[in-house]
Design a protein around this ligand. Structure first.
Ligand SMILES: [Mg+2]
Length: 266
């Protein structure tokens, strides 16, 4: 049976702090040799996904901006399906537009006085410093289309108010490893994963699906696959969820990722 791996990037395949993935290189090579699709399912933008795909030599579909859109390389599947042509991709869009999301954050800031700083409010240099990126990578991270990442500089108790406000405006919010994200309510990782699984099944018949993540914004993805797996976060702990079938890797980030790949795919 064909196998497909859906993977989060930050804190999972990439180290949460320095974004390294050296530990995963041999496993990535083995996946390539076996022709197993590695589908990124991440908060990252198109430009960032392309950067990591190129670095890792991966040419499979990917899910950007927390489920905002699915990018499928031209002719990846042998059949036609409904999508928007964009460069060399066929794109299925689920997210809201960046402009609408920026506007909603602006309104919330005005209504509550909360300290909310979006990537769109920061220069590439500021994003670079905050996220511990190079300025080059920060530029890629700022090319958002379907989701806005922001710093919420308020006590944890204010989360509930913020979340309610975002919902009231008709959008959704997730909290990943480092940033909060506002996005369209039809866009989540799980929905995008389900759509892609449908396409893979149409192409290959039955497929075995594995998903690996580290934080809250991965829950919907983990629910959408047959074999969900968690890696440990920087505190050496797993996200506190219970799912049937959930595998918990002993390693943090990329080391845990390798464990999952070896257990389920190699
Ligand atoms: Mg993550």
């Amino acid at each position: 049976m064909r196998q497909v791996l859906f993977t989060d990037l930050d804190g999972t395949l990439l180290d949460l702090h320095d974004y390294s993935y050296d530990a995963a290189l041999p496993a990535l090579e083995s996946l390539k040799k076996r022709n197993i699709p590695v589908v990124f399912c991440t908060a990252k933008t198109l430009a960032e996904n392309e950067y990591y795909q190129k670095e890792m030599g991966i040419e499979d579909p990917f899910i950007v901006e927390n489920g905002g859109a699915i990018f499928i390389p031209d002719n990846y599947f042998s059949f036609e399906f409904e999508c928007k042509k964009k460069g060399n991709y066929c794109v299925i869009e689920l997210g809201a537009s960046y402009g609408e999301l920026r506007e909603a954050l602006k309104e919330i800031r005005k209504e509550t006085g909360f300290k909310i700083t979006g990537f769109g409010d920061m220069t590439a240099e500021e994003v670079a410093e905050d996220a511990n990126f190079s300025v080059e990578k920060a530029k890629l991270a700022k090319e958002k289309e379907y989701n806005e990442s922001f710093i919420f500089d308020e006590p944890k108790e204010k989360d509930a108010i913020l979340f309610a406000k975002i919902k009231e405006k008709g959008f959704s919010v997730t909290h990943g490893g480092r940033y909060y994200n506002i996005h369209g309510k039809n866009a989540d990782k799980g929905k995008s994963v389900k759509i892609l699984i449908g396409l893979f099944k149409k192409e290959y018949g039955a497929v075995k699906t594995i998903g690996v993540g580290d934080s809250k914004n991965d829950i919907s993805m983990l629910k959408a696959v047959e074999h969900p797996a968690l890696v440990k976060n920087k505190k050496g702990a797993w996200l506190d969820i219970s799912l049937p079938n959930l595998y918990k890797a002993k390693g943090e980030g990329p080391e845990g990722w390798v464990e999952v790949v070896e257990k389920f795919l190699l």
